[in-house]
Design a protein. Structure first.
Length: 337
């Protein structure tokens, strides 16, 4: 398994960050695989996959480049630059790191991703970083930017949920939940980042970043000894805006809309996030939450400046009695880190 050694100071200074470029790379990987992890992603693929394939068919060298950069066990480094993490940056700012890659370095990185010699005509091309940035720019403009506001709210919901988990169970609980079965805290300053047979790496003295994306994929990256990133798929219940199905009996008891709010609260969410995820109006969500609070089915807490709602024990029991989602039920997932 691949694991990183993390000192207490590095762990204490780690943070969750949002990255439009990481979201775009994850979306490119989804288009490349042509496989969806939930109904919402399936609808997104059906809308954009034909145009994506047409875009690559018009530029055969770009198609070769994408296939080479997304390797079977490793991505080319210039496809997945590590976020700076000092502030949230725009896609245009982040993609500069792709463009800053030298042509020779790009070929060397492709060789690592491929696991062997880089074939022609990629080996002799002098504009691979520009070409890859062009593909990423197309994916951003055509498939991600039009819904970035909604995706951003989903990612913020995931960060808030994990922050709440961190406050309740510490870093061991928060890291185990990043990608169940893949990432976990091993103790003695060791974080398992994937299940692959890679040598351990010390990240002491560097900055550790956790970057959520909505597509069901993930990877790790680093920039020298300064910054390290774990890019992970946010919780399936958040990534799939269709949400968990409302059991018929629960809908009859509470009303379909109110039950729809309740079943989402296995993960702590704010009012604005519930609005984004359910499609209901702010006033409607607020009224549903008030009724659920008064009934003792949800509780309210604070994480920083955000007010979050989640199930009480009574709420969890009520939802569990109607079927999934139940406490401990799978929360979705994706391809391995």
């Amino acid at each position: 398994m691949g694991w990183w050694r993390i000192g207490t100071d590095t762990l204490a200074g780690s943070s969750f960050v949002l990255s439009p470029l990481a979201e775009t790379v994850a979306s490119l990987k989804t288009l490349h695989a042509a496989a969806a992890s939930h109904p919402g992603e399936r609808a997104w693929l059906s809308r954009h996959l034909p145009a994506y394939r047409e875009r690559l068919a018009a530029e055969p060298l770009d198609a070769l480049l994408v296939r080479a950069a997304i390797g079977p066990t490793w991505n080319a480094d210039f496809l997945t630059p590590t976020p700076l993490g000092d502030r949230e940056r725009s896609f245009e700012e982040e993609v500069e790191a792709v463009l800053a890659t030298g042509p020779a370095d790009a070929v060397d990185q492709l060789a690592v991703a491929i696991g062997g010699p880089v074939p022609e005509p990629l080996r002799s091309a002098r504009d691979l970083p520009q070409r890859l940035a062009g593909v990423l720019g197309w994916v951003w403009r055509e498939t991600v930017r039009p819904e970035w506001a909604r995706r951003r709210r989903i990612l913020e919901a995931d960060v808030l949920a994990r922050t709440a988990l961190l406050s309740r169970g510490g870093w061991a609980a928060a890291l185990d939940e990043l990608y169940p079965g893949r990432t976990r805290w091993l103790g003695d300053g060791r974080l398992q980042v994937n299940t692959r047979d890679h040598p351990p790496r010390s990240v002491d003295g560097g900055r550790l970043l956790f970057v959520p994306v909505t597509p069901a994929t993930g990877w790790v990256s680093w920039e020298g000894t300064e910054r390290y990133a774990v890019v992970y798929a946010c919780a399936g219940a958040l990534a799939d805006t269709a949400g968990p199905a409302v059991p018929e009996a629960l809908g009859a008891l509470l009303g379909t809309a109110r039950a729809g709010v309740l079943v989402r609260l296995r993960t702590p969410l704010s009012t604005s996030q519930l609005v984004a995820l359910t499609g209901q109006g702010l006033g409607s969500v607020g009224r549903h939450l008030r009724v659920l609070l008064d009934a003792g089915l949800v509780r309210r807490g604070r994480a920083g400046r955000s007010v979050l709602y989640e199930w009480t024990e009574a709420g969890a029991v009520l939802v569990a009695a109607q079927g999934d989602p139940r406490p401990g039920a799978p929360r979705g997932g994706g391809r391995s880190l």
